[in-house]
Ligand binder design. Structure first.
Ligand SMILES: Cc1cc2nc3c(=O)[nH]c(=O)nc-3n(C[C@H](O)[C@H](O)[C@H](O)COP(=O)(O)OP(=O)(O)OC[C@H]3O[C@@H](n4cnc5c(N)ncnc54)[C@H](O)[C@@H]3O)c2cc1C
Ligand code: SF4
Length: 566
C-alpha cells in the first residue's frame, strides 16, 4: 500500500495551497519551492509511487506495468465514469445528450502526464497573437494572449530541462526560436514513424523527430527508455518518461518545503471579501477537512477548475464570475484521423507511440491562402485487447475467425494513423457549467460540457484531409480513409474556461494568472489559454504554470525566479 502523503509531514503553515498535482500543479510547486515557499498540494487521485520523495531515484517504486487490462480496461488511474461522470450536450437547447467519460483526464498523483506519452512541442510566437492576425472571425472569440512567446521562452527552457526533453534543433523550417538546445537527442525511431516521414518527404513536406519528454539516454538519475510500446495511456514502469510526478513534483518534494496529500478531494473554496480563506476537502476516509494557506492555486485542469469555482458559490454565479466568463471558451484540439492500411506489418506495438510528426499542415495566421490546421502525429494502434474488442463488438466475430483476424491484425499491426491536432476556435457558447440533475459519488453536481465545432476547424479538416491521405499513400499504404469523428469529442487536450487577459471585462484572470476579482487565487494550467494553437499543450501548460508561480513571488519580473542556468 502506497502512502497517501508524500513530502514533509511536519510542515504546519503553508504559503501556497495547490489543488491538483498534475502537469500544471507540479510545475507551479517546483517553482514555488525553489523560491523558498512552503507548499501544500491536495490531490484527489491515488498515489502509485512509493518513495517519490526519496533522494535516491533507485528507491522509487511504481505500480505501473505493461498491462492493458489494468490500465485501459480497469481504469487504474482514470476516474470511473459511473461514479464520477460528466455530461455533454452539443448546444444549450438540450439538457444533455451523453453521460459518462467526457474528456476525462487521469486522476492520480502526477495527473494526466503520467498517462500521456508526453510529446512536448512548444507553441509558436504567432500562437500568442491570433486575434491580431485573424481579426474578427464570426461566431468565434479569438483573443491575443496577455504575454508573448518571448516572455515564456526561458520558462520553456526551464521545463524542458526539468522534464528531460529529447528533440532535434531546427528540424523544420517552422521551428520557433529557442535559446537553449534540447537536453538530449532523439531516441530510437519507430518503423511506422520512419515510413510516414518518408512518405511526407516524398511530397516535399518536412517531417521531424517529435520533441518528447522521454529519456533517450539516462538523465537526471532516471534510466533511458526501452521503447516498451506501452507509453500512451500507460504509466512508465521505469520512470524513463518525464511525467510531472517523477520530475517537477519530485523536485518540489525533495526541497523539504512541500507536502502532498493524495486521495484528498477538494469540494469547494471558502471566500471572504476578495480573499480565499480556505478550501473544504474530503480526506481519504471521506471525513471533511478545511485546509488553509496564504495563497491558493487552481490546477485541477480546465473542466474541474471551472466546476470548483461554480461549486464554491451555491445559488450564486460562482467565484470570480461577475462577467459570466467562468467556464466559457472551452477548447479541445480538433483531431482529424487519417488511417492507412498496409500489406506489410508496421510493428506499431514497439516504441513510444509516436516518434515523428509533420508541421506543414499547421499553417500560419499570416498566410490567408490556407486554413490553420495543426501538428500531425505519425502513429498507430498497439493494444491487442482493443483490437479484439473492436472486431468482436463491431462485426460480431468470435472464436477461430477472431483469432485469425488478430493474427493477421489489419487494425493494429498494419495500421498507420496520422492525427492532426487542429486548432479549435474559442467560442463563448462552448462552455462548462454544473449539470442540474447529475451528481458524483460525493453528492456534488458534475460538470456539463456544451460544445460544438466552429466552421474554422471544420474547414481546416476538409482542406487537409486529402493531403493527409496523400502522405499515407506515399508511405506505402494499400488504401486509406478519414475516420469518422468521435461525438462527443474524445480529445484529452483541454484548454480555456478561465481565460487570462489584461481586460477584466473580457477575461477571468490577469496576465500573471491571478483571478481579477480575488487577491490570492491563481490558476496554473491550460484553463488560462485564450486560444489553443495546433500543438500538444502540456509543455506550454507547464511553462505557463511555472511563470505564474514565479510571478507570485516576483510580480513584475517572474523570470527572476529562474535558476541562473536556465
Ligand atoms: C492517453 C493520453 C495521452 C496524452 N498525450 C499527450 C501528449 O503526448 N502531449 C501533450 O501535450 N498532452 C498529452 N495528453 C494531455 C495531457 O495529459 C494534459 O494536457 C495534461 O495532463 C494537462 O495538465 P493539467 O495540469 O491541466 O491537468 P492534469 O494533469 O489532469 O492534473 C490535474 C490534477 O488535478 C486533480 N484534481 C482534479 N480535481 C480535483 C479536486 N477537486 N481536488 C483535488 N485534486 C483534483 C486530478 O486528479 C489531476 O491529478 C495526453 C493525455 C492522455 C490521457
Ligand atoms: S516506451 Fe519508454 S518511456 Fe514509454 S512507458 Fe515504455 S519505457 Fe517508459
Amino acid at each position: 500500500m502506497m502512502s497517501p502523503s508524500l513530502g514533509n509531514n511536519s510542515l504546519t503553515h503553508f504559503d501556497v495551497l495547490i489543488i491538483g498535482s498534475g502537469a500544471g500543479g507540479s510545475a507551479a510547486a517546483e517553482m514555488l519551492t525553489r523560491l523558498g515557499k512552503k507548499v501544500l498540494i491536495l490531490e484527489a487521485g491515488s498515489n502509485y509511487f512509493e518513495k517519490l520523495d526519496d533522494p535516491h531515484f533507485e528507491n522509487i517504486k511504481t505500480k505501473f506495468s505493461n498491462d492493458e487490462v489494468k490500465m485501459t480496461r480497469r481504469n487504474l488511474i482514470q476516474p470511473d465514469p459511473l461514479t464520477e461522470p460528466r455530461t455533454f450536450r452539443p448546444n444549450a437547447k438540450k439538457i444533455r445528450t451523453f453521460v459518462g467519460d467526457v474528456n476525462h483526464l487521469p486522476k492520480t498523483v502526477g495527473g494526466g502526464s503520467v498517462h500521456a506519452d508526453m510529446k512536448t512541442p512548444r507553441f509558436h510566437p504567432d500562437d500568442f497573437k491570433m486575434a491580431s492576425y485573424l481579426g474578427e472571425v464570426a461566431g468565434a472569440n479569438f483573443a491575443d494572449w496577455p504575454i508573448e512567446y518571448d516572455q515564456l521562452e526561458k520558462f520553456y527552457c526551464h521545463m524542458e530541462s526539468i522534464l528531460g526533453v529529447q528533440g532535434k534543433e531546427n528540424a523544420t523550417p517552422f521551428d520557433p526560436p529557442r535559446s537553449k538546445p534540447y537536453p538530449m537527442p532523439p531516441g530510437v525511431p519507430m518503423l511506422v514513424g520512419l515510413l510516414g516521414a518518408e512518405g511526407a518527404s516524398k511530397l516535399g513536406y518536412h517531417p521531424f523527430p517529435y520533441p518528447t519528454a522521454v529519456n533517450s539516454r539516462p538523465y537526471d538519475g532516471r534510466p533511458a527508455c526501452v521503447d516498451c510500446g506501452f507509453c500512451s495511456a500507460y504509466g512508465c514502469p521505469s520512470s524513463a518518461k518525464g511525467s510531472a510526478a517523477v520530475t517537477a513534483l519530485r523536485r518540489a518534494l525533495l526541497t523539504g518545503r512541500c507536502l502532498l496529500l493524495s486521495e484528498t478531494r477538494v469540494q469547494d473554496l471558502l471566500k471572504k471579501g476578495s480573499q480565499i480563506v480556505g478550501v473544504r476537502a474530503l480526506d481519504p476516509e471521506g471525513k471533511p477537512v478545511v485546509f488553509e494557506a496564504d495563497q491558493y492555486i487552481l490546477a485541477a485542469s480546465p473542466i474541474e477548475d471551472a466546476r470548483l469555482l461554480l461549486l464554491s458559490d451555491p445559488g450564486g454565479s460562482g467565484i470570480g464570475n461577475s462577467n459570466g466568463l467562468v467556464g466559457k471558451n472551452l477548447m479541445f484540439h480538433f483531431q482529424t484521423y487519417a488511417i492507412g492500411i498496409f500489406n506489410r506489418r508496421l510493428h506499431t506495438h514497439r516504441g513510444r507511440a509516436v516518434t515523428h510528426g509533420i508541421l506543414d499542415f499547421r499553417g500560419s495566421p499570416r498566410d490567408k491562402t490556407r486554413p490553420l490546421g495543426g501538428i500531425v502525429e505519425i502513429g498507430g494502434e498497439g493494444n491487442p485487447i482493443d483490437e479484439a474488442i473492436n472486431y468482436s463488438s463491431s462485426v460480431g466475430i468470435k472464436g477461430r475467425l477472431l483469432k485469425k483476424f488478430m493474427v493477421e491484425s489489419p487494425l493494429r499491426d498494419r495500421l498507420m494513423a496520422l492525427i492532426m491536432q487542429g486548432e479549435d476556435a474559442p467560442q463563448l457558447t462552448n462552455s462548462v457549467d454544473l449539470d442540474p440533475d447529475y451528481r458524483d459519488i460525493d453528492g456534488l453536481p458534475v460538470a456539463r460540457a456544451t460544445y460544438k465545432n466552429h466552421h474554422f476547424e471544420l474547414s481546416a479538416k476538409k482542406y487537409y484531409s486529402p493531403k493527409l491521405l496523400d502522405v499515407i499513400g506515399a508511405a506505402g499504404a494499400a488504401y486509406g480513409f478519414i475516420a469518422p469523428e468521435n461525438k462527443p469529442a474524445t480529445s484529452r487536450h483541454i484548454m480555456g474556461t478561465l481565460r487570462f487577459g489584461n481586460d477584466p471585462k473580457t477575461s477571468v484572470c490577469d496576465a500573471q494568472g491571478r483571478l481579477h476579482e480575488l487577491d490570492n487565487l491563481y490558476v496554473a494550467d491550460g484553463s488560462l489559454f485564450p486560444t489553443s494553437s495546433g500543438l500538444n499543450p502540456t509543455l506550454t501548460i507547464m511553462a505557463l504554470a511555472s511563470r505564474v508561480a514565479a510571478s507570485m513571488v516576483f510580480p513584475n519580473a517572474p523570470e527572476r525566479g529562474l535558476p541562473i542556468s536556465s
